[in-house]
Structures are given as C-alpha cells and as structure tokens.
Design a protein around this ligand. Structure first.
Ligand code: C2E
Ligand code: MG
Ligand code: MG
Ligand code: MG
Length: 276
C-alpha cells in the first residue's frame, strides 16, 4: 500500500527515518533488558581539595553491555530520559550510591567522603522523590549529610517553585545540591540565587579552554567570584593539566575533579586509593 501511494505522493515512510525509529525502539528495549539483567554499574571519580586530598567522589553510570562492552552515559541517558526509563534507572543509581556511602562509613579512611550523584529533571519532578530517598537512606543506613545531588539548569524547566519546594524537602533530610555544568544552560543567574544550592560546578568546557589565551579564563574567574560572593562552594570539573589547576587555585577555586587526579573507576579500584 505504502509502495503504491509512494509513487507520486509525499513518502511518509522515509526508510532512513524508519531505520532511526527502529534503532531507538531497539535501544529502548535493550535498556529495559539491561536493567532487568543488572548490566549497570557505578564508577567513582575522585574529588580533591587544593592540597590534592580526596574529599569525595562523583558517581557516574556505566552500562556493561554483553555485546557492546562498556557503554558511557552519553549513549543512553538521553533516550532513558525521553522514554521515562530514567526514573527506574535513577532509583537504582541512588540505591547503589547509598549502599556505597554506607560501606565507606564503615571504613575509617573513607568515612568522611561525600558522594555526588547525578539527578535528571524528571526524577526531581516525581511527587514522592523525597520520600523515596528517605526510604533508600533508611534501608541502606547511608548518612544523608554525605550525599550531594547534582542537578542541571534543566531541573527548573518543570517550574521553579516546585523545584525549590522539592530541594527544600531534601535539604531537610540533610542532602545538599550542586549545580552541574554551570554556565552552559539558560538563566543561570536568575535561578542561582533562588535555588537552595550548596555548590556550583564549573563546566569542563570552560576548564578545558584555560589552555589557550581566550575568554574562558574570564568566564572561569567570573564564576568563581560569583560563587564566592553568594557563599556557594565551587568545584571545577575536567581538570586535566597542572596549568589549569594553577589558574583555578590562583582565582580562589577550592575543589577539583578531573583526569589530573583520576578518571571514573570501579568501586574496588576507587577504594584501593584509601585502603591500599
Ligand atoms: P557530568 O555529570 O558532567 O559527569 C562528569 C563527566 O566528565 C564524566 O563523563 C567523566 O568521565 C567526565 N570527566 C571527568 N574528568 C574529566 C576530564 O578531566 N576531562 C574530560 N574531558 N572529561 C572528564 P561520563 O561518565 O561520560 O558522564 C557523562 C554525563 O552523563 C555526566 O556528566 C552526567 O551528566 C551524565 N550521567 C552520568 N551518570 C549519570 C547518572 O547516574 N544519572 C544521570 N541522570 N546522568 C548521569
Ligand atoms: Mg565520558
Ligand atoms: Mg555530574
Ligand atoms: Mg558536569
């Protein structure tokens, strides 16, 4: 039928578009299956102070795919968000992160570490998100004071008032917030003052740009000044060179994350830093 109509009318079944849709559907089914089969893992990337001492970690998701090998979030988080699967996946991430925190608390060398977890806007928009987290904290025995949730500027797209209310409910549990990829989204300055944040994270695109003489150096300085004057902790992500580190330190940055200190590592490898 489509073939007949296709002869002299607009073709609605563009084979390329169809192939794209098939690929999405297949990936979505694959994601669901991966969740059921426990194919997801959290990796941990160290965060340090200006003396290079570890203060915590960021948990980043990896998919151990039976055929594709280790898949990074860039390949699947977008689709997980669009399909709503991120809610289930994100809940697993939080459970796993809380279990890790509880485990660290039992090891003297790791007891003081904090753990940052990436949260999608859709997760934060669930009415019962704070109750869910409270449940996970209770189940695992994790200390909420050691948990930090990383959100992006997208988080406010569902309504600023709702976002603030949810953040405040979580703050009451002892959980703090960090604004991830700061400087890359919309309306940074408008929301920066209103949202109950503890930290902002300088996006790695600005840190990476510190290698050349360009406007990135000015942007980094402005973000640091802004954070310091609003009493927000500032952490730089994507720190790869001593030169970048020196510039950041000279301009008042106190916390750092990046390949200079270590990339994302499986939990055993991360733990070995402390108990080696
Ligand atoms: P992000 O939150 O900005 O996470 C940090 C990313 O920077 C990680 O990429 C890490 O591998 C990478 N990175 C760390 N140090 C360096 C460095 O020195 N140089 C460079 N070039 N890159 C560095 P990854 O693991 O591929 O994660 C990409 C993004 O996926 C994350 O960006 C985050 O937005 C998202 N993501 C990761 N895990 C989760 C999760 O559990 N839930 C949600 N919703 N999103 C996640
Ligand atoms: Mg990556
Ligand atoms: Mg992050
Ligand atoms: Mg980031």
């Amino acid at each position: 039928q489509a073939k007949q109509a296709g002869r002299n009318t607009l073709c609605l079944f563009d084979p390329q578009m169809q192939a794209g849709l098939n690929k999405r559907a297949a990936l979505e089914a694959d994601l669901r299956n991966g969740l059921e089969q426990n194919q997801f893992k959290l990796f941990y990337q160290v965060q340090v102070d200006r003396h290079g001492r570890p203060v915590g970690a960021e948990a980043v998701l990896r998919w151990e795919h039976p055929r594709r090998g280790l898949v990074e979030p860039g390949e699947f988080i977008g689709l997980a968000e669009e399909s709503g699967l991120i809610v289930v996946l994100g809940r697993w991430v939080l459970l796993e992160a809380c279990a890790t925190l509880a485990n660290w608390a039992r090891q003297p060398a790791m007891a003081e570490l904090s753990l940052a977890v990436n949260i999608s806007a859709k997760q934060l928009r669930q009415q019962d998100f704070a109750a869910q987290l409270q449940g996970l904290l209770g189940r695992t025995g994790a200390n909420p004071q050691r948990l930090r949730l990383e959100i992006t500027e997208n988080a406010v797209l569902g309504g600023v008032e709702n976002t603030i209310a949810m953040m405040q409910a979580l703050n009451k549990l002892g959980i703090v917030f960090s604004m991830d990829d700061f400087g890359t989204g919309y309306s940074s300055l408008t929301y920066l003052q209103r949202l109950p944040l503890a930290q902002i994270k300088i996006d790695r695109s600005f840190v990476g740009g510190l290698n050349d003489e360009n406007h990135h150096a000015v942007i980094v300085r402005i973000i640091l000044a802004l954070g310091n004057s609003l009493d927000l902790q500032v952490i730089a992500e994507g720190v790869e060179t001593e030169r970048q580190l020196a510039y950041l330190v000279a301009n008042g940055c106190r916390y750092f994350q990046g390949y200079l200190f270590g990339g994302p590592e499986p939990v055993a490898q991360f733990n070995a830093r402390f108990n080696g």
